[in-house]
Design a protein around this ligand. Structure first.
Ligand code: TAP
Length: 491
């Protein structure tokens, strides 16, 4: 495990730090701000306006007005699509600057933000822009004397509460289908990563998206987030984050106006590697599946089950990969793993590692923080673990893998399903029968066969069990922002 801390990339001046309400950057009503932190050092990058309930109210008023009276839901789908395409073009023209914002704010690798996160945002907008003029109802086959059809109408004002691990992807996986449907939005980014969301708000304005359609209120979850989930004038909430907060959001929705909620919550996803797997390919997939984005990814393959015939060889390969990982400044192109997003997360991960040791798991590699400042942690692998241990049960959301051995496919399926979560899973095998049987037996929203974290705008993702419900991406996500109205007349 190396560490590397030199970078030649200059962090651009931060242009947008206020709330974005009704097409304008404004101070919060209280005038309060909060510090947004650089996880490389723990130092302040800049101050950002701190939105509270009153600011959420203002943003909801703007979104409500834009929905009830404004042009956005009323214009043709192709016109909405045209503006969304323009929005995508503007993102592509500013990739470097936006990538730097997510890297400095979230400790994410600059090169990956530039190559993946930001271009994918543009692709996601284009995917849904292309769907905006294809939102059809159906003609109903009714009994004698009646004729009818359905209309699919935008659901209304959407509250979007998003986490910090993929600030850009999360923003657009919610906003793009909602915009295509004709909805208006109030977005609350995570406190840790407010910067790119404000940048996107400005680009939306430049793209011609009318005032009030896309509002961004930065603030704390307990005040601004809670105000969104309890708001009587918000018609739907979409959330990604922890199971604990997901519960609170559902309860607030139930106690207010019964708004529908979609929840993409945590995971403890299993990856099953069978004896016939190519060892190098399997090690690559397992390593990237777990340590991508420093393990701060809800679908992380944090439980890796390896069939006994190849277990020892695979362990060796994974240790080699962990030791070869360069942990350091996410702006340095030689670095493979940046800092954890914030101090709280950093400390939480280290305490899970200590817990694993106390529970009797064997620490194969890693386990320590790196450097004197910033929130860096070594890629960490535990073995001699089982499904009863805390480190194998709970979502750690950091670079910590639990590695386990299995004998038969039936045993692997049973153990893979032995979790309260059901977000993602993976299988590595050349045997089609095994791949088919396992993929139908695992209770999770996605099964990756001989790959992992293979996302696409056309492919829906979401949870079974306590990983939530509803889907992001794909046309399924678009449906979540639409209502069905039946129109019936006698003939
Ligand atoms: P959460 O607390 O779930 O944060 C997600 C979002 O919800 C943030 O915008 C947060 O606001 C907001 N929020 C917090 N309390 C709220 C409330 N009462 N009502 C409405 N919104 C609220 O996640 P976290 O504390 O950042 O991380 C804790 C753990 O959650 C992690 O360790 C990880 O296990 C899990 N997590 C999962 C995911 C995914 S993708 N499944 C993503 C992030 C975290 P603020 O944080 O700005 O206050």
């Amino acid at each position: 495990m190396g560490s590397h801390c030199e970078s030649s990339v200059k962090i651009p001046p931060i242009k947008f730090t206020k709330l974005f309400i009704n097409g304008n950057f404004v101070d919060s009503i209280s005038g309060k701000t909060f510090d947004t932190i650089d996880p490389r050092t723990g130092e302040v990058i800049t101050k950002v306006s701190l939105g509270d309930r009153e600011d959420v109210d203002l943003a909801v008023k703007a979104a409500r007005h834009a929905f009830d009276y404004g042009p956005w839901p009323r214009m043709s789908g192709s016109e909405r699509g045209r503006m969304m395409m323009k929005f995508a073009d503007l993102i592509e023209e500013n990739v470097e600057e936006i990538a730097a914002l997510d890297a400095v704010n979230g400790g994410k690798l600059f090169t990956l933000c530039k190559a993946i996160d930001i271009p994918v945002a543009a692709r996601t907008l284009r995917y849904y822009a292309g769907a905006a003029d294809k939102i059809h109802g159906t003609v109903l086959k009714m009994s004698k004397g009646l004729q009818g059809y359905t209309l699919r109408e935008p659901i209304g004002v959407v509250g979007s509460i998003i986490p910090w691990n993929f600030p850009t992807t999360m923003f657009f996986m919610k906003a793009a289908p909602a915009l295509a449907a004709g909805c208006t939005l109030v977005v609350k980014p995570a406190e840790q990563t407010p910067l790119s969301a404000l940048y996107y708000a400005n680009l939306a304005k430049l793209a011609g998206i009318p005032d009030g359609v896309l509002n961004v209120v930065n603030g704390s979850g307990e005040t601004a987030g809670a105000a969104i989930s309890a708001h009587m004038d918000i018609d739907k909430v979409t959330f990604t984050g922890s199971t604990e907060v997901g519960r609170k959001i559902m309860a607030a929705a139930a106690a207010s106006n019964l708004k529908p909620v979609s929840l993409e919550l945590g995971g403890k996803s299993p990856l099953l590697i069978f004896d016939d797997a190519d060892i190098d390919q399997a090690a690559d997939i397992a390593f990237r599946g777990m340590f991508y984005n420093k393990g701060e990814i809800c679908v992380a393959s944090s439980r890796v089950y390896v069939q006994e015939g190849i277990y020892e060889k695979l362990v060796k390969k994974l240790i080699e990969k962990a030791k070869a990982t360069v942990v350091g400044d996410p702006f340095d192109p030689q670095v493979n793993q940046g800092p954890q997003t914030d101090k709280k997360q950093f400390e939480k991960i280290l305490s899970y590692i200590e817990h694993g040791k106390r529970e009797g798991a064997t620490l194969l590699t890693g386990g320590k923080h790196v450097g004197q400042k910033g929130y860096y942690i070594e890629p960490t692998i535990f073995t001699d673990v089982n499904e009863d241990m805390i480190i194998t049960k709970e979502e750690i959301f950091g670079p910590v893998m639990s590695l386990m051995k299995f004998k038969t496919m039936e045993e692997a399926i049973k153990r893979a399903n032995n979790t309260t979560y059901g977000l993602a899973s993976g299988i590595i095998t050349k045997n089609l029968n095994v791949a088919n049987t396992v993929s139908r037996s695992i209770r999770a929203g996605v099964v990756w066969i001989n790959c992992y974290t293979a996302f696409d705008a056309d492919c829906p993702y979401g949870g079974y069990k306590m990983s939530g419900y509803g889907r992001d991406f794909g046309l399924e996500a678009l449906n979540q922002y639409l209502q069905i109205k039946s129109v019936v007349t006698p003939i």
